[in-house]
Design a protein around this ligand. Sequence first.
Ligand SMILES: Nc1nc2c(c(=O)[nH]1)N[C@H]1C(S)=C(S)[C@@H](COP(=O)(O)OP(=O)(O)OC[C@H]3O[C@@H](n4cnc5c(N)ncnc54)[C@H](O)[C@@H]3O)O[C@H]1N2
Ligand code: MOO
Length: 390
Amino acid sequence: MISVEEALQLVFALVTPLTSEKCALRTASGRVMTAPAVARRDQPPFDASAMDGYAIPEGAARRGASFTVIGEAPAGRSFAGRVGAGQAVRIFTGAALPEGAGHVVIQENVERVGDRITLSHDTGDSRNIRPCGQDFRTGESLPAPRRLRPADLGLLAAMNVAQVTVARRPTVAIIATGDELVMPGEKPSADQIIASNSFALAALAEAEGATARLLPIARDTEADLRAALELAADADVIVTIGGASVGDHDLVAPVTQAMGASRAFYKVALRPGKPLMAGRLGGAILLGLPGNPVSAVVCAHLFLLPVLRALQGLPAAGAPELTAPLGCDLPANGPRAHYQRATVRNGIITPANRQDSALIRVLAAANALLIQPAGDGPRHKGEQVPYIAI
Ligand SMILES: Nc1nc2c(c(=O)[nH]1)N[C@H]1C(S)=C(S)[C@@H](COP(=O)(O)OP(=O)(O)OC[C@H]3O[C@@H](n4cnc5c(N)ncnc54)[C@H](O)[C@@H]3O)O[C@H]1N2
Ligand code: MOO
């Protein structure tokens, strides 16, 4: 069996980054910007007041000094004249500093009588001015590729960039397989269960910027699975769930092969998730995930999400790993890398007591996958171990 790292490289070899398209800023959240965005103005575009107060000439801010207020500068409306010696302009946060002014005294440090002000306190060193372009200058760029976060959208808007170039959203077709499955809300017979994996996988894919499509459940017949796969033909990624193992009803491998799929690998030294398969079917990347709910989700974190990132032009890299000290001892691991459901709390990671790959509740209670590499020796409480946040 190949290692997780080898399998990941084989999966990345299947990826051709998607084309890009323009998108309005309002719909760009979470998408991957593929071309740098260039600032179309300085920010701030003028020397601006950082406080509500009075703009006075530079060097005039001494306790006891008096000034005549000659006008007002609210944000968005500049004072047209010049501030001379002994003069002040009433100014508000965000307003352009009037010509001749070099200091803004906050109003709390001023006594005003009619149009005269006197500085009642020492003003300290701060001039309370945001110099023109202190945040960014015209022509500066936000580099790509970059997953756009909320703060990026604020920055792009301030740069006066109304449209960005982003990767097309990858489409992911999800096919659950098995006679035992019905959709949530349907009435299962006594020997059936609910098809739950598709919902977790669709949510994971969508959080990564993809558009997910749930296809009808494929029953355990070649014809049904083939029909579902044909419906998925135009997807960028086809994800099958279940039917990946060696049982008589595990049809994903024979049916996809009969349809002309190429196979990059089958089986990875991974726990849970051993019977993972990857390849190509027509124009789509094919990921055959194991049916056990935890196995499917672990494989999605390790393979599907990195593929979706690479398709959108982000670097081909595995799930980001963090480290934390262990909250308990861990026994030695076997020959498969073990991704254990775990909780990171107060900076300490503790694996769940039960690690059966069918336990959905344990997975839902976890916020991390603790990674114990293949053949890793016993680990002791307090040792730093790698994990993936989920
Ligand atoms: N003789 C062997 N048997 C099994 C092996 C093996 O090496 N030799 N591997 C085991 C491992 S490990 C896994 S993982 C599973 C994977 O099997 P399949 O991918 O073929 O999955 P199924 O048999 O179809 O289902 C497994 C399990 O998951 C449930 N399931 C399936 N789809 C869904 C879904 N969409 N939502 C919720 N639950 C689902 C299904 O009912 C089964 O309980 O094989 C072991 N067997
Ligand atoms: O590898 Mo299976 O995915 O352990 O449960």
